[in-house]
Design a protein around this ligand. Structure first.
Ligand code: GLA
Length: 738
């Protein structure tokens, strides 16, 4: 049993394979947090200390006990108004306008299996793999109830948290802020690792100390955003890739979020992950509830690599779903960087013909195939195939493509409408906009009010009308602007941001149900909605609109800290690169794109014969290793922002095969040799480099490393397959090891 309750002490203990989480209900009914970290036994309530602290008030029912203050005690779900002046997980505005919620324990339940969340993505697991703890808290005056949910995947070292807020009183309340998790640490100095970015340069790693005060990241853009990813790591100051303690918090949500890290007056640290409180005032009438998206919590004692592996596995196996969850994904060629808007049906068929010749599985027709859409200023919302542009029907084109032995995929952007579109001319009230004002334009498009079911239904029907025209096996679901002008003609304004995201999820769920065999790839100007929420529907996401290999190294490095490689879509594009103007070799571009779900984004007609041959080889090499890349254990072996080279490896679970990848980032005359050290091999086993035939012990590869060649080239890259050829040290003698 991962979850236990000790009645005499009102103590809840969650044990996973390598971590413990503990909390208790105290004499006043408050749910106090006691511990989260490496596995321990015993009652940790001795950690609670009680002193008379100036200016820290005391709940009335403590009888004026000056040593008891919620301002100091660690809590599971602190609410605004009751004398805790730190950040709150919950802010409720009551019908009398007071911002106050005094939550006390009512009851709890422990069950096998993992809870699900209505309308929201969440970690799933079988009854054998998981347990759920439900703790009910209530404000006895307002009758606001909060159900705290804890899902435990013992073997995975994963604990999830969510909260369901119910208005059980008679009066309307407004939820002004709501989080799904709060972690209070009574002691410790921590670093925060967060992932910031911008369009075409997402998820740069930043490490900073959590100091006194409040550090906040989040999104008000309606999507999780390019700017700050809804996932963070908290680490001891000396934690590295391989050593030290760290915690991960991954928000399973694709809209506005807020993460707060606060070090208080007594050096205690509070972390809160939840919905952003700006543009959010969620009214709950009598009997209504609000479900807060969950946070996945993970803990590792073995550095960031250990933490990454736990999250990779959790997201890969307990968030991603469907036919393609484990299936090797098709290698695709996308028309975007090959032709942008300038294509006909013949262009797409030519891509497919080339694909067949090169060994590529699928051709994807990107933006530009519908309505009046020859640039990005018009047409969104008019989901009718432009047969004039294609020169044939979609069905005919797909048949031709399939005839070459190539699959077909298509791009859509269902949430958007162009001002210049028939849809907008007919239904301008379907877009998010304030009636008395001119809307903010971005890429000359507006956002449809997906909080409205009628709007979603219309778009759903028109998209299905396209998908039903032929054998479509893949969809790229894009979203190319941030939300603004938050105003709905039908919905309550404070609900729009949240209901919009649930509308997107609802749409995606319906699409998956109707087309279970279609692979959906997420996208938002590349990686603007790269989050665990989307991964529940789209097992892979276009990682960035930046396809430059050197920039991608950094983007994929940051992404890999919490998201699995199986979710990262990565393509080889033409040089000079369209985003940076840089020219890395085809070999280097190939190796970098193999740190993800592989594909191409270029016009094959412009390739030389030599390049075509190289691409054929790349695809053979990728397909040979696709399963290892998608499911193997992933190791970061250097930091590309600091080290002169970047290296990463994929290693099978049993350590019998490894794929080492290296790109030399710095090139100087007469420079020092880079020795790349592996991780995760069997120390006593003998490995053979499949390319050179050289043999090394696992221990040697991990402790001393392999010297990389010095070459007079820009960004040379190496991919080395290491195959276990002997398990015992003696094997090498028998085999004549030299
Ligand atoms: C976004 C995507 C690109 C491409 C364009 C099409 O920017 O990230 O890959 O699909 O839209 O407009």
């Amino acid at each position: 049993m991962a979850i236990s309750y000790q009645h005499e002490n009102h103590l809840f203990t969650i044990q996973t394979e390598h971590s413990t989480y503990q909390m208790k209900v105290d004499d006043f009914g408050f749910l106090l947090h006691l511990y989260y970290g490496a596995k321990i036994t015993g009652n940790m309530d001795y950690l609670l200390t009680y002193y008379d602290r100036g200016f820290s008030g005391n709940p009335y029912d403590t009888g004026g006990e000056k040593t008891y203050s919620l301002d100091v005690l660690p809590q599971e779900y602190p609410a605004m108004g009751v004398g805790d002046y730190r950040n709150s997980a919950l802010v409720i505005r009551n019908s009398d306008e007071s911002e106050y919620c005094d939550l006390r324990y009512v009851s709890h339940k422990i069950e096998n299996g993992k809870y699900a969340l209505k309308g929201l993505p969440a970690v799933y697991a079988s009854d054998e793999e998981s347990q759920t703890l439900e703790i009910l808290l209530e404000d006895s005056v307002s009758k606001v109830q909060v159900k705290l949910l804890y899902g435990v995947l013992e073997k995975e070292d994963i604990i999830t948290r969510s909260a369901i807020i119910s208005n059980c009183g008679n009066e309307r309340i407004i939820v002004e802020k709501a989080a799904s998790s709060c972690l209070d640490f009574v002691t410790g100095d921590y670093d925060l690792l967060s992932f910031w970015g911008r369009h075409t340069m997402e998820r740069n790693l930043q490490r900073r100390e959590i100091e006194h005060g409040n550090y906040v990241i989040g999104s008000r853009r309606g999507a999780s955003s390019h700017q700050y990813n809804p996932a963070v790591i908290i680490a001891d100051k000396n934690t590295t890739e391989s050593y030290g303690k760290c915690y991960g918090l991954v928000f399973v949500y694709s809209g506005n979020f807020m993460f707060e890290a606060e070090k208080d007056q007594y050096d205690q640290t509070r972390l809160i992950m939840g919905l952003h409180n700006d543009l959010f005032n969620y009214p709950l009438e009598k009997g209504e509830t609000l479900v807060i998206p969950e946070t996945i919590l993970g803990f590792s004692e073995r550095g960031f690599t250990g933490l990454s592996m736990k999250f990779h596995r959790c997201i890969r196996e307990h968030i991603c779903r469907g036919k393609y969850q484990y299936q090797t994904r098709p290698v695709l060629i996308n028309s975007w960087e090959a032709a942008y808007f300038d294509f006909t049906g013949e262009t797409i068929c030519n891509l497919a013909k080339n694909a067949a010749d090169l060994g590529i599985d699928m051709v994807v027709m990107d933006d530009g195939w519908f309505g009046k859409r020859d640039d990005d200023n018009s047409g969104l919302g008019d989901w009718q195939v432009n047969e004039q542009k294609l020169g044939c029907t979609l069905g005919e084109m797909i048949e031709k493509i399939n005839g070459f032995g190539v699959k077909f995929g298509i791009w859509i952007e269902p949430e958007m409408v162009s001002e210049d579109s028939d849809l907008y001319r007919e239904h301008s009230d379907w877009a998010l906009r304030i009636p008395s004002r001119k809307p903010v334009l971005a890429r000359n498009q507006l956002v449809l009010d997906f909080s409205r079911e009628d709007v979603r239904n219309y778009i759903f029907d028109s998209i299905c009308g396209v998908l039903d025209q032929g054998n479509i096996e893949y969809i790229k679901w894009d979203m190319n602007r941030s939300l603004s002008d938050i105003y709905s003609m039908e919905n309550s304004q404070g609900k729009v941001m949240y209901d919009y995201v649930l509308g997107v999820y609802d749409f995606l769920e319906k699409l998956l149900q109707r087309y279970p065999d279609i692979l959906i790839e997420g996208c938002s100007g590349g990686g603007g909605r790269f989050d665990a929420g989307m991964m529940y529907y789209t097992p892979q996401i276009w990682c960035s609109d930046n396809t430059d290999a050197l920039d991608r190294i950094r983007i994929q490095y940051g992404t890999s800290f919490l998201y699995p490689i199986s979710a990262i879509a990565s393509h080889v594009s033409a040089v000079p690169n369209h985003q940076t103007g840089r020219s890395a070799s085809l070999h280097t571009r190939g190796i970098v794109a193999m740190e993800g779900i592989f594909g191409y984004e270029l016009n094959p007609e412009k390739l030389t014969n030599e390049e075509r041959e190289e691409i054929k080889e790349q695809i053979i090499q990728y397909k040979k290793n696709a399963e290892l890349i998608q499911k193997g254990n992933y190791y970061r072996l250097s930091n590309p922002c600091k080290d002169p080279y970047v290296a990463w490896a994929f290693i099978t679970e049993n350590g019998d095969r490894a794929l080492l990848n290296v790109v030399i980032l710095e090139n100087h005359s007469n420079m020092a040799v880079n020795y790349v050290k592996l991780k995760g091999l069997k120390p006593d086993a003998l490995y053979e480099d499949a390319g050179s035939g050289k043999k090394y012990y696992g221990s040697a590869l991990m402790e001393a490393g392999i010297p990389m060649p010095l070459e007079k080239k820009e960004y040379p890259a190496y991919q080395i397959e290491l195959i276990l050829v002997g398990n015992e040290p003696d094997d090498c003698l028998r085999r004549g090891f030299d």
